[in-house]
Design a protein around this ligand. Structure first.
Ligand SMILES: [Zn+2]
Length: 242
């Protein structure tokens, strides 16, 4: 499995690069490249995973997602929201505006739309802050992926984004996506503390062993500091803090 090993290495290096560097390099990837890679990765994901067909549930998630995306910093993108038919509690975003919410997450939230909107807004935050492009751009700087982009062959990146087990955001990305998620839900039809309440649930699940939350904990690492920063940001938005 040489390819799989290489992909893991690229992701590890890219994640490290994102974590170590604060500078903006996402301009190395154009928006159309982002969309192209995201579209292909979404096709891979939908080939490998079953989607929930329930029209009412899809309509609800799509309406929620489109409302939040319209409030985002990249409202020009065309966003797609779909539900993966898996019991794992998770949500993922792809470059260019594809967001997948797992049925396991929806079931876990038991109709708490403030929490669901918070998680979806957080994923939109990753797209809006161009975290995918930053990761790809920095990997290019590090000499990885140059061939991929120069040749215009995005297949390697498609493989990376389509592999839901490999995705892992840095703490900085998570912090920024939390802030953007809170910003997009603030003043929306949903309460902006939903994301913070969800992070607390996620944190409470991090102590146990393997659970339906494992994938989400792996891809979106949660810490007490992260929760505190999100709370402080919401307080600031409400005009109650510094
Ligand atoms: Zn995240």
């Amino acid at each position: 499995m040489r390819a799989a090993g290489r992909i893991t290495l690229i992701v590890a290096l890219a994640a490290q690069a994102v974590f170590l560097s604060g500078c903006k390099t996402s301009s190395l990837i154009s928006e159309s490249q982002e969309i192209d890679i995201g579209r292909q990765a979404s096709q891979d994901i939908e080939r490998q995973n079953k989607l929930v067909a329930d029209p009412a549930l899809n309509q609800k998630v799509n309406r929620m997602g489109q409302t939040l995306a319209a409030r985002s910093d990249r409202s020009n993108l065309k966003y797609t929201f779909k539900i993966l038919d898996t019991k794992e509690v998770n949500a993922v975003s792809l470059p260019g505006g594809w967001v997948y919410v797992n049925k396991g997450l929806i079931d876990e939230l038991k109709g708490d739309d403030d929490m669901l909107s918070g998680v979806i807004a957080h994923e939109i935050g990753h797209v809006a802050a161009r975290h995918h492009a930053s990761m790809m751009g920095r990997a290019t700087l590090y000499g990885i992926g140059v061939q991929v982009l120069v040749k215009g062959d995005a297949q390697q990146w498609v493989g990376i984004w389509a592999n839901l087990d490999l995705l892992r955001w840095s703490r900085g990305d998570e912090r920024q996506a939390d802030q953007l998620g809170i910003k997009y839900t603030y003043g929306s039809p949903w309460q902006p503390d939903g994301l913070i309440r969800f992070l607390k649930i996620l944190d409470s699940k991090s102590k146990g062993g393997t659970s339906s939350f494992s994938a989400m904990l792996r891809t979106h690492p949660v810490t007490k500091e992260r929760i505190q920063l999100a709370e402080a940001y919401l307080q600031k938005l409400r005009g109650g803090g510094t």
